[in-house]
Design a protein around this ligand. Structure first.
Ligand SMILES: *Cc1c(COP(=O)(O)O)cnc(C)c1O
Length: 369
């Protein structure tokens, strides 16, 4: 075959603009690059307690069965989660992380040229997934660093197919209230699907924070997405889920690849779901650490956005990327926020008490405070 065209000319044009998702720097990478072996990572909102010990034991027991394909229907986790949430088993779908389900949802409801309305300064995956299907991404500005549901509603047009919201919102940590959420839902045209990404909902201490679950209905195009990656301590296992009307979940189920949630993930997630003590300990740790870091950082004179999540967005008054780089050399991995549209902010997640102390010490050194 004679070469005729550059490979990139064979690729759909809208895909050539895609930029890869920038993940937090892994500890292993920092060790390779700077030789730092005692570094700490507070960059990806992971659980500082590690995985639930019950999940680890369940995964170990499952190892002997790795020659078998997993249950593609995720029967047991589905049954247990349906009881836990009070939803029908067919109102659930599972994914290789909730990211996978977001991808399925966007593919299911957004045609080329269809609009996705979301907010500025939110999870970067929303824009990337929209671009991947040739959709048009509309990012509604925040108001005082919080999601402005009235402005989101006003941005909906006849071409809007999906509204993607994150509550509490990554990376601001802010959350909208049940009252605002109900008012928003009441204005929605019936042709628009709403996805509420609740990756951090377990960390919301305020009972007024809006959730999707009470509004689940077979005739309402509302999907809530949750994950075992954060509060349940299983980010490396890759398992998330969504609840929604069964007709929509059934469509996503047909769209997904078979065996998308592996055996270890199913076993680990089941055990983690049952480990209520671990979840309670995680929340206590996060709430205490969040308060501690907010207080101490405020005392240093930097502005901290009040957070309902397990991380803080911090205004540093200088390029956040410089602070990030300097913190790396101190062996503390945090996140620069320029890619999220905050060039002078950093994001740090709550760690163990000694990790929080170490972050503060490094931060003072780097900032000269
Ligand atoms: C971490 C995170 C997720 C969860 O991703 P998984 O694929 O389940 O690990 C989803 N949404 C947001 C906003 C997140 O920050």
């Amino acid at each position: 075959m004679a070469p005729t065209a550059p490979i990139t000319s064979l690729i759909q044009p809208h895909l050539l603009q895609l930029s890869p998702y920038q993940a937090g720097k892994p500890l292993e990478e920092l060790a390779r690059e700077l030789g730092l072996t005692d570094a700490i990572k507070l960059a990806s909102n992971e659980n500082p307690l590690g995985p639930s010990p019950k999940a680890v034991a369940a995964i170990q027991a499952e190892l002997a069965h790795l020659h078998r394909y997993p249950d593609s229907h995720v029967y047991y986790l589905r049954e247990e989660l349906s009881r836990h949430l009070g939803v029908k088993p067919e109102q659930l779908i599972f994914g290789n992380g909730s990211d996978e389900i977001l991808d399925l949802l966007v593919r299911a409801v957004v045609p080329p040229g269809g609009e996705v309305v979301s907010t500025a300064h939110s999870f970067l995956m929303y824009g990337l997934l929209t671009q991947a299907v040739g959709g048009v991404f509309r990012a509604v500005p925040l108001k005082d660093l919080a999601v402005d549901l009235e402005a989101v509603a006003a941005a909906i047009t006849p071409r809007t197919r999906l509204v993607l919201l994150n509550n509490p919102n990554n990376p601001t940590g802010t959350a909208f209230s049940r009252k605002d959420w109900e008012a928003f839902l009441a204005t929605l045209p019936p042709t628009v699907t709403v996805a509420l990404d609740e990756a951090y909902i377990e960390f919301a201490a305020d009972p007024e924070v809006a959730q999707g679950l009470p509004y689940l209905a077979e005739d309402r195009p509302l999907v809530g997405l949750r994950t075992f990656s954060k509060a349940y301590g299983l980010a490396g296992l890759r398992v998330g889920y969504a609840y929604g009307p069964s007709a929509l979940m059934e469509c996503l189920n047909r769209l997904r690849l078979p065996f998308n949630v592996n055996r270890l993930a199913q076993a680990g997630a089941r055990a983690a779901l049952g480990d209520t003590e671990f979840l309670a300990r995680t929340r206590e740790l996060v709430w205490e650490g969040r308060e501690f870091l907010t207080r101490e950082l405020t005392r240093l004179g930097v502005t901290v956005v009040p957070s309902q999540a397990n991380f803080l967005l911090v205004a540093v008054g200088r390029p956040g990327r410089q602070v990030y780089e300097a913190m790396l050399r101190q062996g503390v991995i945090i996140r620069a926020m320029d890619a999220y549209g905050f060039p002078e902010h950093i994001r740090v997640n709550v760690g163990l008490p000694e990790e929080n102390q170490r972050f503060l010490a490094a931060f003072r050194t780097v900032m000269g405070l």
